[in-house]
Write a protein that binds this ligand. Structure first.
Ligand SMILES: Nc1nc2c(ncn2[C@@H]2O[C@H](COP(=O)(O)OP(=O)(O)OP(=O)(O)O)[C@@H](O)[C@H]2O)c(=O)[nH]1
Ligand SMILES: C[S@@+](CC[C@H](N)C(=O)[O-])C[C@H]1O[C@@H](n2cnc3c(N)ncnc32)[C@H](O)[C@@H]1O
Ligand code: SF4
Ligand code: SF4
Length: 322
């Protein structure tokens, strides 16, 4: 359905857990985030109920995220059920890749065709520093297993000045010989670190770096496409995308709403507005459809993160899933 600003909302992101096996510096504060006790977390059956209701409002694509979705027990079975809901045309997953090597085939069998994998450095030491302890080797094995299983791969790199911005070209090189989409993401100051302004590398700067070395061909947007501006290096097998939530936000073409692992529905990633769906799970389906409709209708026009009008409470992306 359309929101009050005429945007067609067809994409739902579900954060199925706030737990994670990494502690990325841009996502969580150093001392981590308080974890929800298990009683507060929606059951998989609740998520399925929400998705069934959302299809009545025109939701056609669902992305599963977290925390780290692959740490939640039973996720593969859940994905299989999700893929078979009438009206859902695409189910995708965003993962840090740590547990991917053991799960890639099962994900394919459960109906997943596309995976977005977070990867912020190709240097083992830098990778471990950014993720506060993660193993680059495990993620690279996961990517290889996903490729072997026939999954379509997008790599997400959050570019941070003085941390990994010198690796922009090494990441681009991966798109030349592999049929992957390598995406550069501007750092969003959601945890409001004191030095956040100096960390942001704008999409324009990234593009300049890329164009100094390569000829980039702009590509068209695909169906249910996300926020990335896509390009291809001339002759490459894969593509490149630049996601610019800070320097040039894409709110006017936003097509998504979100539900977190506690059942809070959010019409905008970067707003404090939210609606508790839990009470509606106890009622007949039209009530839940009505609640989701309200969420879509109340969707704000654009975000104010980092602007003078920014009044948003700091939060960890691991709770809502990015
Ligand atoms: N500001 C903003 N950032 C978003 C939004 N959706 C995704 N992002 C950011 O974009 C980056 C990539 O997100 P992904 O989970 O890979 O999903 P996506 O790129 O939207 O997904 P597809 O286009 O379906 O592949 C993450 O850093 C997200 O936080 C959005 O609606 N608003
Ligand atoms: C919150 S994670 C959840 C899924 C999974 N754990 C992962 O890392 O892919 C989803 C996406 O949000 C991105 N993200 C988290 N914090 C961010 C920030 N401050 N700015 C930009 N992107 C961020 C991550 O890089 C990742 O691609
Ligand atoms: S939720 Fe994703 S981005 Fe956040 S700490 Fe975990 S792996 Fe990193
Ligand atoms: S910030 Fe909000 S309105 Fe803008 S693209 Fe993201 S979710 Fe949509």
């Amino acid at each position: 359905m359309q929101d009050l600003h005429g945007r067609n909302i067809n994409y739902l992101r579900l954060s199925i857990t706030d737990r994670c096996n990494l502690r990325c510096r841009y996502c969580m504060p150093a001392d981590g985030v308080p974890q929800t006790d298990c009683d507060g977390i929606l059951r998989f059956e609740d998520f399925l109920q929400i998705v069934r209701a959302a299809t009545h409002l025109g939701i056609r694509k669902v992305r599963i995220t977290g925390g780290e979705p692959l740490v939640r027990k039973g996720v593969i079975d859940f994905l299989g059920k999700l893929s078979s809901i009438p009206g859902i045309e695409e189910v995708a997953l965003t993962t840090n890749g740590i547990l991917l090597a053991d799960n890639a085939n099962a994900l394919k069998d459960a109906g997943i065709k596309r995976l977005n994998i977070s990867l912020d450095s190709l240097n083992p030491k830098t990778f471990t520093e950014i993720t506060r302890g993660g193993s680059l080797e495990a993620v690279l094995k996961g990517i290889a297993a996903a490729e072997k299983a026939g999954l379509k791969i997008k790599l997400n790199m959050v570019v941070m000045r003085g941390v990994n911005d010198h690796e922009v070209l090494s990441f681009a090189a991966m798109s030349i010989n592999n049929p992957w989409s390598v995406r550069y993401i501007e750092y969003m100051p959601t945890i409001q670190e004191s030095d956040w302004r100096s960390r942001i590398v704008s999409g324009a700067e990234i593009l300049t770096q890329l164009q100094e070395k390569h000829t980039l061909e702009p590509l068209g947007h695909s169906r249910y496409c996300g926020p990335a501006k896509p390009y291809r290096i001339a002759g490459a097998k894969g593509s490149i995308g630049i996601i610019t939530p800070m320097s040039s936000h894409f709110c006017s073409s936003c097509n998504r709403i979100r539900v977190d692992s506690m059942g809070w529905a959010k019409s905008c990633l970067l707003s404090d507005d939210r609606l508790d769906l839990k009470p509606y799970l106890e009622l007949p389906q039209p009530h839940l459809i009505g609640a989701l409709q309200q969420v879509i209708e109340n969707k704000q026009l654009e975000h104010h993160l980092g602007c003078e009008q920014d009044v948003m409470t700091p939060f960890s992306m691991s709770s809502i899933g990015g």
